[in-house]
Design a binder for this molecule. Structure first.
Ligand code: AMP
Ligand code: TRP
Length: 333
């Protein structure tokens, strides 16, 4: 069975963009692939986090994975920091990665621009840790949103380079980026993607938002000039709302356009708010219904399964590099 690996950061609140661009596809693909879904708390600390909040959010995100439909009976859910091999392989990959290729990463460039000379080394190295996550599991497919495409290309480059220099070690993974929903935009600025780190909270619908909040956010959503409700790349705000509508209802674009023919933006926003509220309603309940004990068991099992596979890859890597450890050096005969 082919393998999937993906993850999300336990920072801020997970939003509709995360769900439609990534988690939704994890749920769908888990039946066809052996799947690993990670809560990437080591990535989270590339920005300053409140320790207590980070711990809370890590548990909450694991619960959200389960609540949206990741089945711990068939998929492995685990916390990145529970598997030390992620940090260990990152070091090795650091030694084959080039400054120039990391400097080209647009996510790094964006963050560096905002923080100028105070940008952390962790922010720079973030894509290498991500490559380690993926390569440790001999992953075939990585379902992510559009914003991770460049990181996936780097991951492939690092795998190919290591394989070339030290012998075939890593499977070279493919990105799985959905045709629809790979880049859900902010409701308050359709030129920006919906983002957890956005200071403007009105732009993102969080999966755990209550009905009033959801209603308010859609009501205030920015629209384009004109009045027609149709999918049109030159009118990004309406197209974004329609894309969310399409993904939540499963209706075809032409069906949606004829449904809204002659209706106004207000109607679209109202219907979209109702659909989203109904869609998210059971989620909070499900999140709250998962006991600490149940979650503890799931994450323990996840850690064990993940460790076994990651360790095997790491040992091969170390052997290939000639740094297998003292035990083997001592056994001379
Ligand atoms: P993060 O929690 O930021 O690490 O993101 C988790 C997943 O959500 C990744 O696969 C991202 O590519 C995806 N994602 C984040 N923001 C969006 C968005 N606005 N639209 C679609 N996918 C997104
Ligand atoms: N960098 C990803 C994001 O911000 C999260 C992530 C970390 C990830 N490691 C990963 C995604 C491995 C896929 C595979 O969205």
């Amino acid at each position: 069975m082919k393998r999937i690996f993906s993850g999300a950061q336990p920072t801020g609140n997970i939003h509709l963009g995360n769900y439609l661009g990534a988690l939704r596809n994890w749920v769908a693909l888990q039946h066809e692939y052996e799947s690993f879904f990670c809560i990437v708390n080591l990535h989270a600390i590339t920005a300053r986090q409140d320790p207590k909040l980070l711990a809370e959010k890590t548990g909450e995100l694991a619960r959200i994975y389960i609540a949206v439909g990741i089945d711990p009976g068939i998929s492995t859910i685990f916390v990145q920091s529970d598997v030390a091999a992620h940090a260990e392989l990152t070091w090795v990959l650091n030694c084959i990665a080039r400054m120039s290729e990391l400097e080209r990463m647009t996510q790094f460039k964006d963050k560096a621009r905002k923080q100028s000379e105070n940008v952390g080394v962790g922010v720079f190295d973030y894509p290498v840790l991500m490559a380690a996550d993926i390569l440790l599991y001999q992953t075939d497919l990585v379902p992510v949103g559009e914003d991770q495409k460049q990181h996936l290309e780097l991951t492939r480059d690092l795998a190919i380079r290591f394989n070339r220099d030290y012998g075939d070690t890593f499977r070279v993974p493919d990105a799985y980026i959905p045709k629809v929903g790979a880049r859900i935009m902010s409701l308050s600025d359709p030129a920006k993607k919906m983002s957890k780190s956005d200071d403007d909270l009105a732009g993102s619908v969080m999966l755990l938002d209550d009905a009033d909040n959801i209603q308010r956010k859609f009501k205030r959503a920015v629209t384009d000039s004109g009045t027609e409700i149709r999918f049109d790349a030159t009118r990004p705000a309406i197209t974004n709302l329609l894309t969310i509508f399409q993904l939540l209802t499963g209706q075809a674009p032409d069906e949606i356009e004829s449904h809204f023919a002659g209706k106004g933006y207000g109607q679209l926003k109202q219907e979209l708010a109702e659909i989203t509220i109904e869609f998210l309603r059971p989620l909070r309940e499900k999140v709250e219904s998962i006991s600490d004990k149940e979650l503890g068991t799931i994450l323990d099992q996840g850690r064990q399964k993940a460790r076994g596979i990651a360790q095997a890859t790491l040992e091969t890597v170390m052997a290939r590099l000639g740094i297998s450890g003292a035990k083997e050096l001592l056994v001379r005969n």
